[in-house]
Design a protein around this ligand. Structure first.
Ligand SMILES: Cc1ncc(COP(=O)(O)O)c(C=O)c1O
Length: 350
C-alpha cells in the first residue's frame, strides 16, 4: 500500500501477548489477575446497562475522576485526572501531545516494548538507556540532548518487576529537560508509588491501569495524574468519548471497593513469594519483584525451549528476548495452583 506514511510501512507494529481463545490454558503470559474482579463491578455495569446505551458517555468520566481524586488525596482534584481506554490509550495520548516527527523519546531498556512502537508511530527516535545489571538506572537517563521531548519510566518495570524508589525518580525527573511519564501499571502490587511527586514538578505525569490489580483487563480503563494545566492540554489529544459508559461505571465501582483490592493484593503478593522461591530452587535467577510477574532467566537452561515445552503442556508464559541484554521467561503470578503446576512442569525440564 503506497499511500501509507513511510515510517508506518517500515515498522512491524506492536505484538501483544498471546490470547488463546479455544482450549484450556494456564495463562501466565500477560500479567492478568487470576481472580475475578470485585462483584461491585458487575452490579454497576448492570445498572448502567439498564439505564440504556443510546446516549454518548460522559466525555471526561467525571464520576471516576471525583472518586479517584478522593482516594489519591494529597490535594489532587478531579481536574488532575485524565481517564483512558486502558493505560495504553493514555501513553498514546501523551506521546502524541509531546513527541513530533524526528523528535526523541527516551525509555529505559529493557522495558515495555510498546513505548518504542509509540515513538515509531510519530516518526520519532526511541532512545534507550540501559538499566544497570541490578536494574538501577544511571544518570544518563536524565541527560539533556537535542530534540528530547518525553521520557517513559515504567515503575515497577516490565519485564524485571523492579522499582526505582520515589526519591530517585524525583531526582531523575528534576534533571530531565522534558516531561517524564511514570507508568505505574503494576504499582498496586508494590511498596511505594510516585503520585506524590506530581504536585512538585509540572513535568511529572503518572499513569495507572485497572487491568492488573483490579482484574479488569477486559474492561479497558486507566487514568493519568498530572497538574491541571497539563491535563487541559492532553484533553485536546484524546478521542471525545475514549471511555464508554459501561467501563466508566465498572471502573468507578472497582476503585470504591478498597477491601477487594487489599485482599487481592495480599493473595498475589503471597503467591509471588511462592513463585520466586520455587523458581530459585530450580536454578532460575528469579528477580525480586514488586509487580505481579517474575523475570526468570536460567543460568544453564535456554529460555525458548522451556517456553515451547510449557506451551505444549498448555501452560503459557511470556518468552522475551532483548537483543544485547538476553532472554528469559516472564511468568505472571497466578493462583497458587497455577504456580504449582508451572513449577512442577519446569522441574521436569531443567
Ligand atoms: C508497563 C505497562 N504499562 C502499561 C500497560 C497497559 O495496560 P492497560 O491494560 O491499562 O492498557 C502494560 C500492559 O501489559 C504494561 O505492562
Amino acid at each position: 500500500m503506497n499511500y501509507v506514511r513511510p515510517e508506518i510501512a517500515a515498522m512491524q507494529g506492536y505484538v501483544p501477548g498471546e490470547q488463546p481463545r479455544g482450549g484450556k490454558f494456564i495463562k501466565l503470559n500477560t500479567n492478568e489477575n487470576p481472580y475475578p474482579c470485585s462483584p461491585a463491578v458487575a452490579r454497576a455495569v448492570g445498572a448502567a446497562l439498564e439505564g440504556g446505551l443510546q446516549r454518548y458517555p460522559d466525555p471526561m468520566a467525571e464520576a471516576f475522576r471525583i472518586r479517584a481524586a478522593e482516594l489519591l488525596g494529597n490535594g489532587v482534584g478531579p481536574d488532575w485526572i485524565l481517564c483512558g481506554n486502558g493505560s495504553d490509550d493514555l501513553l498514546t495520548i501523551v506521546t502524541r501531545a509531546f513527541v513530533g516527527q524526528a523528535d526523541c523519546l527516551r525509555l529505559p531498556y529493557p522495558s515495555y516494548i510498546l513505548y518504542r512502537t509509540l515513538a515509531q508511530l510519530q516518526g520519532a527516535e526511541a532512545e534507550e538507556t540501559r538499566f544497570n545489571a541490578d536494574w538501577t538506572l544511571g544518570d544518563d537517563f536524565s541527560a539533556p540532548r537535542p530534540k528530547l521531548k518525553l521520557a517513559f519510566l515504567p515503575n515497577p518495570n516490565s519485564p524485571s518487576g523492579t522499582m526505582l524508589p520515589p526519591p530517585r525518580v524525583a531526582e531523575l525527573a528534576d534533571r530531565l529537560p522534558c516531561p517524564l511519564l511514570i507508568d505505574e501499571a503494576y504499582v498496586d502490587f508494590a511498596d511505594s508509588h510516585c503520585t506524590g511527586l506530581v504536585a512538585q514538578n509540572e513535568r511529572i505525569m503518572v499513569s495507572r491501569s485497572l487491568s492488573k490489580s483490579y482484574a479488569l483487563a477486559g474492561l479497558r480503563f486507566g487514568y493519568l495524574v498530572a497538574q491541571p494545566h497539563v491535563i487541559a492540554e492532553l484533553i485536546k489529544m484524546k478521542d471525545s468519548y475514549n471511555c464508554d459508559s459501561l467501563s466508566i461505571a465498572g471502573a468507578t465501582a472497582a476503585i470504591d471497593d478498597r477491601a477487594w483490592l487489599a485482599a487481592n493484593r495480599e493473595k498475589i503478593v503471597a503467591s509471588r513469594r511462592r513463585l520466586i522461591d520455587g523458581l530459585r530452587e530450580l536454578g532460575f535467577a528469579a528477580v525480586e519483584s514488586q509487580a505481579n510477574f517474575v523475570w526468570s532467566p536460567h543460568a544453564t537452561a535456554p529460555a525458548r525451549p522451556l517456553y515451547e515445552r510449557l506451551k505444549a503442556e498448555r501452560i503459557l508464559v511470556r518468552y522475551m528476548d532483548y537483543p544485547g541484554w538476553g532472554d528469559g521467561l516472564r511468568i505472571s503470578v497466578g493462583t497458587d495452583e497455577q504456580i504449582d503446576a508451572c513449577l512442577a512442569a519446569l522441574r521436569r525440564m531443567v
